[in-house]
Design a protein around this ligand. Structure first.
Ligand code: SAM
Length: 327
């Protein structure tokens, strides 16, 4: 019998989001403050051997999917090497990456060769000046990264767009056109009140039902499906290959089917994006824990998983930034 990891609410946990750094080369206005410098020291990060051991413990207990994220994962030196090691772990069948794509043009081929199959790229706007205002970075680098990812053979490539009223909500149809043209999948995301920046951005919150109605004025949407372990609800644009996912943590939360946990770069496992419940693996690793002890710790940690987030009821609860938890 294959192992199955189950939380106290009967949910099967088969997905780990692995943050490899809390650093980022962008400062998205809903994620990190522009002057933010208060990152973890790199010796606080788990090294590749330690990461492999923790993910190996999860895999031994039935976790099959790992998504590498951050901060910005491409700023962690040697990432393709880590990806190669994780892709080879027994039990891991789906290794994916979330990136802002700023550095992707340089790394796409190596990451694909390392065994990463699927890739998600954050892209909130197609307008260079607006991109600068939202992220403080350069759009041309991201577009070059996306084209390199396509050339390297990643499939699917999903575009993640956080939709903000009065900032980029007028661009959702342009993004649909862009994704049809390039063969990308598109996901719209509601902004969440995580960290002071995320809480400040709630002034621009928009319910994605409204976006869906706007899209429906232009296109016929039919039910759609997409492979992947995530919470997006998909539709397809009739007459095209485009699938659009709606990720609605606030307007229609999906905690009842939550299948994931998040391992931060410093070895702390966060059991819920919207709660403070966590478990620290680093002391165990650095005290020489055996594989068996690590697996017992995983089971102990999963028992702490809360039932749901409370973004609507307690919007000021989560003080850590999304980049710290691992998005
Ligand atoms: N740097 C990588 C990237 O850009 O995909 C990975 C980490 S980033 C924190 C992961 C995702 O979290 C991005 O798609 C980003 O837009 C999203 N995100 C960050 N803060 C958010 C917030 N307050 N609400 C909703 N999504 C957020």
């Amino acid at each position: 019998m294959p192992a199955i990891l189950t939380d106290p609410y009967g949910r099967r946990i088969d997905y780990v989001r692995l943050s490899v750094t809390d650093r980022c080369d962008l400062r998205c206005l809903y994620c990190l403050p522009e002057d933010h410098r208060d990152f973890a020291k790199s010796d606080a990060w788990l090294d590749f051997d330690e990461i492999e051991r923790v993910i190996g413990a999860f895999a031994a207990l039935g976790v099959q999917r790992v998504r590498i994220t951050g901060g910005e994962p491409l700023v962690r030196r040697g990432l393709p090497l880590l990806a190669t090691r994780l892709a080879r772990l027994p039990g891991i069948s789906d290794l994916s990456l979330s990136t802002n794509a700023v550095g992707l043009a340089r790394h796409a081929a190596a990451l694909r060769a390392a065994g990463i199959g699927r890739i998600n790229v954050s892209l909130d706007t197609l307008q260079p000046a607006r991109f600068k205002a939202i992220t403080r970075g350069r759009l041309d680098k991201v577009l070059a990264g996306l084209m390199a990812a396509r050339a390297a053979g990643f499939s699917p490539i999903k575009i993640n767009m956080v939709v903000l009223r009065g900032i980029n909500d007028d661009e959702t149809v342009d993004m649909v056109e862009f994704c049809i043209e390039h063969g990308f999948t598109l996901r719209f995301i509601e902004t969440m009140p995580v960290g002071a920046t995320g809480q400040a951005a709630t002034g621009h919150y928009i319910d994605l039902q409204e976006i869906r109605k706007r899209i429906e004025r232009r296109y016929t949407l039919v039910p759609g499906v997409m492979p992947g372990g995530g919470p997006a609800r998909y539709v397809q644009v009739a007459g095209t290959d485009l699938r659009i996912g709606f990720i609605t943590p606030l307007s229609q939360h999906f905690c009842a089917t939550c299948n994931r946990v998040r391992l931060a770069a410093d070895g702390r496992l966060h059991l819920c994006l919207g709660q403070e419940h966590s478990y620290d693996f680093r002391p165990l690793l650095r005290a020489g824990a055996s594989d068996r002890e690590l697996q017992d710790a995983v089971i102990e940690a999963i028992a702490l998983k809360p039932e749901r987030h409370e973004f609507n009821e307690k919007p000021h609860q989560v003080v850590r930034f999304m980049a710290t938890t691992g998005g």
